[in-house]
Ligand binder design. Structure first.
Ligand code: ADP
Ligand code: ZN
Length: 628
């Protein structure tokens, strides 16, 4: 019914010229609202969905920069439904196409995917449906689109819109560069009259510039919203016993919930997931070295079941769109803030509270620096990479708001966590800040007095007055700085050191023996002209207090028990249909049902995420549970 209701508006749009540029804005607005409510079951648009939709339907291009979970899909799906002809969605990850198609199909939209992993019979069926003009939205990998002759062949299906998902893959600066993406400019040359919409969740200014260039767009086409994800809480812990810290984090804050744990190596992935399983967590591994069947199985398990923890290398996740990932944990420092916001951004796509937890140690920084020193890349690239490692270290060690620190990397001057945000650890007031100028001066002078060529461990030995063989051999037990640092233990000094490094006051000589030297900027601290604010190492303190997970979702005990029953029912449906649970209803929809407890079908229709089709199929079933 929903789709019919807009037939009138749609024919009005079809009668315009093929670019759609003379369609009255009012008509577009009306059509898009009807689709939003009847097909997708949402009340109102989010910023800047409506503007983007109006622009694209009227035949103009757009590049949409919105954070993960912001609602980019509707920006092309609704125009795809309104515009005459076929909408082609280019997306890089074959494994995810089917999930998107499933989700659209459940909402009553004629969607399909074409890719190399399908069996020939399925592929033939899709071609037949394409020829009969039945399909509205078609998902493709870029390599298929660029196959010889495919672009010409498309003409017979009357393309009405091209959507380029994960558009940052166009840029070499981006972290997921794909050569085929760079050739997507061919679309514009082949079909100059057909609008193109690009979408991405991570783009620093340089990447944006590249996307605009390849897609032949201008800044006029750009729609960007703040990259801030107010539903994500950012937490950082210094590495002590990382696995135990992880287990505690999961048990205390995310028992029974879905999450991703990123590790730096395949071996660590295997070890960590085995260990977590032994500790009673439902964990599965995922990395590029595993058999692809096993990988697919684990990915599907994660998508389709509740409460699975995937332990993975960064090979896992591009385009993972499971909405109810409640946490993303990193056991090793990510490569750059870009990587981090992409990886951590996979948490909480449904807009409900989720946590991004990062455990890091100095060895991570050393390893990254070492790898960079050995990498055979040109000096300009090296500079960029060095800058990214520094920025990551600064994120880990900062005493300012983590949210603010991340946003700044994307050129955004945001605000620190507010009351409506999931408050980060630094803003929560649990971090103790002290004037650490004297500590900094002690460490800086010890580095200076020992000649700026010894490693960190040795300098700390000198400060602590440890008469090691090396200390006596170099006569460092006679220095004025010998034994002046007993107010801190070794871990304490490591922390001071990391904080000095994160502000660029000391550097490590990787060509030699990891000797530490001073940066000219440290002079003002040494002279006492600059206060060095120091964050007390949280390792010394007890970890954050426990929280009840259902409380995190904002549910009281009654509601939480209803939520669980609704979730079970959803799982049953999704198992019968062999689709991921969230294609039935998102967690956020179930939360709303648990709180509002609709008593009739028309009340049920008012719940966010309950569109006409889903109401018909499943409304009564969920209603029965609520009213029983
Ligand atoms: P993105 O692709 O930007 O990461 P999605 O398009 O997957 O995000 O949308 C994220 C979530 O927000 C989905 O659950 C989607 O159904 C929901 N959503 C999108 N637009 C709206 C809206 N206008 N009102 C309510 N929910 C919305
Ligand atoms: Zn904050």
């Amino acid at each position: 019914m929903g789709v019919k209701a807009v037939d009138g508006v749609q024919s009005e749009i079809s009668t315009g010229d093929s670019s759609g540029s003379d369609v009255p804005v009012e008509a577009i607005r009306k059509a898009s609202e009807i689709f939003l409510q009847e097909v997708f079951g949402y009340e109102s648009f989010r910023e800047p969905q409506q503007e983007v939709i109006e622009r694209v339907v009227s035949g103009k291009n757009a590049l949409v920069l919105m954070p993960t979970g912001g609602g980019k899909s509707l920006c092309y799906q609704i125009p795809g439904l309104i515009r005459p002809g076929l909408t082609i969605v280019v997306t890089p990850t074959i494994s995810l196409m089917q999930d998107q198609v499933d989700a659209l199909t459940q909402a009553g939209v004629a969607a399909a995917a074409l890719n190399s992993s399908m069996d020939p019979a399925d592929r033939k069926r899709v071609w037949a449906r394409l020829h009969s003009g039945e399909i509205k939205i078609l998902y493709l990998a870029p390599e298929r689109l660029l196959l010889d002759g495919f672009l010409d062949q498309l003409a017979s299906f009357k393309p009405g819109l091209f959507a380029i998902d994960e558009a940052h893959c166009i840029s070499q600066w981006g972290h997921d560069f794909r050569a085929e993406y760079q050739q997507l400019g061919a679309l514009r040359r082949h079909y100059p009259m057909i609008p193109v919409i690009g979408l991405t969740a991570t783009a620093d200014p340089q990447t944006l510039k590249d996307i605009l260039k390849v897609l032949d767009m201008s800044t006029e086409d750009l729609y960007s919203t703040s990259m801030n994800r107010s539903n994500l809480r950012y937490l950082v812990e210094p590495k002590d016993q990382p696995r135990k810290q992880l287990l505690k984090f999961i048990r205390d804050r995310h028992a029974g919930e879905a999450g991703i744990v990123y590790c730096g190596s395949r071996k660590k992935v295997e070890d960590t997931s085995t260990w977590l399983r032994k500790e009673g967590i439902r964990a599965v591994p995922y990395h590029a070295g595993m058999a692809s069947s096993e990988r697919t199985m684990n990915q599907q398990l994660f998508q389709r079941e509740e409460g699975i923890v995937v332990v993975a290398t960064v090979a896992f996740g591009m385009g993972i769109d499971k909405p109810n990932v409640r946490f993303v944990a990193h056991l090793d420092m990510p490569e750059s803030p870009q990587h981090y916001s992409q990886e951590s951004g996979r948490a909480g796509r449904d807009g409900l509270p989720a946590e991004c937890w990062l455990c890091y140690g100095w060895q991570d920084v050393m390893m990254a620096q070492r790898r960079l020193a050995e990498a055979e890349i040109d000096p300009a690239q090296k500079r960029i990479r060095r800058h990214q490692i520094d920025a990551m270290l600064a994120y880990c060690e900062t005493s300012e708001c983590r949210r603010l620190n991340l946003l700044r990397f994307f050129g955004e001057e945001g605000e620190p966590c507010s009351e409506t945000d999931q408050v980060c650890d630094n803003c929560s007031g649990k971090i103790e800040l002290v004037d650490g100028t004297i500590l900094a001066q002690k460490l800086l002078s010890a580095i200076s007095k020992t000649g700026q060529r010894f490693g960190k461990a040795h300098v700390i030995d000198v400060l602590l007055g440890n008469a090691t063989e090396k200390v006596t051999r170099f006569g460092h037990d006679h220095l004025s700085v010998y034994g002046i640092g007993t107010e801190l233990d070794e871990a304490g000094w490591h922390s001071v050191f990391r904080q000095l490094a994160s502000r660029g006051l000391v550097r490590i000589d990787l060509e030699g023996h990891n000797g530490i030297s001073l940066d000219a900027r440290c002079r003002s601290v040494l002279r006492g002209e600059e206060v060095f604010t120091f964050r007390k190492d949280p390792l010394a303190k007890k970890s954050s207090r426990k929280r009840k997970k259902k409380k995190e979702l904002g549910l009281d005990a009654m509601e939480a028990s209803l939520f669980d029953r609704l979730r079970k029912h959803r799982l049953q449906i999704s198992k019968e249909l062999e689709v991921p649970p969230y294609t039935v209803f998102h967690d956020s929809t179930l939360v709303e049902m648990s709180q509002l407890k609709p008593q009739t079908m028309s009340q049920m229709a008012m719940i966010g995420g309950v569109g006409q089709k889903k109401l018909e199929k499943w409304g009564q079933g969920f209603l029965d549970i609520i009213t029983s």
